[in-house]
Design a binder for this molecule. Sequence first.
Ligand SMILES: Cc1cc2nc3c(=O)[nH]c(=O)nc-3n(C[C@H](O)[C@H](O)[C@H](O)COP(=O)(O)O)c2cc1C
Length: 169
Amino acid sequence: MDFSGIEPKAFDRNLFHMIDDEWLLICTWDEENQRMNMMTASWGGFGILWNKQVCYLFVRPQRHTHKLLEENARFSVCVLPEEQRAALRVCGRDSGRDTDKAAKTNLTVFKTDGVSAVKEADVICILRQLYVGELKKSGFLDPALLKNYPIDDFHTVYVCEIEKILKKI
Ligand SMILES: Cc1cc2nc3c(=O)[nH]c(=O)nc-3n(C[C@H](O)[C@H](O)[C@H](O)COP(=O)(O)O)c2cc1C
């Protein structure tokens, strides 16, 4: 289970398929509970901003991950193989506030580049937050989109520098 670093421009996955169908796993350290937390995410993107290679993530304020992202400027986003779909569902349903998701899913937590990640991943992105901001109701130009926010829980957007991409070899 070794990983090697690859240049983001050499990353040859279809990003639309990866984010929308394979899903991302946001892995953050939980200092209070002394464990790693994992949250499934499928809204986000990869791109270029401020001449940097970045990853955009959108996290609702009620997620435990939201609090943990306030405490961890650096963290990882993992992409898991299809056989881990059940684990991804658990991480997208249960909250790390009251659940040790690593124990529940049997995923193997390890440290790389100073952040927590998952050994079963095919891809690990090491990220560093550059910008944090809240989506505002007044900014929505298509009112149909507001159906995503029945309780006005507008996402916080995180723009993160991609420090490194690790690929399983
Ligand atoms: C496929 C899938 C994609 C999801 N994408 C997101 C997302 O992009 N942003 C978000 O805030 N929640 C998203 N969720 C919901 C969180 O993963 C879920 O609420 C999770 O339990 C939060 O965990 P936490 O409280 O430990 O942070 C998604 C759930 C699933 C199943």
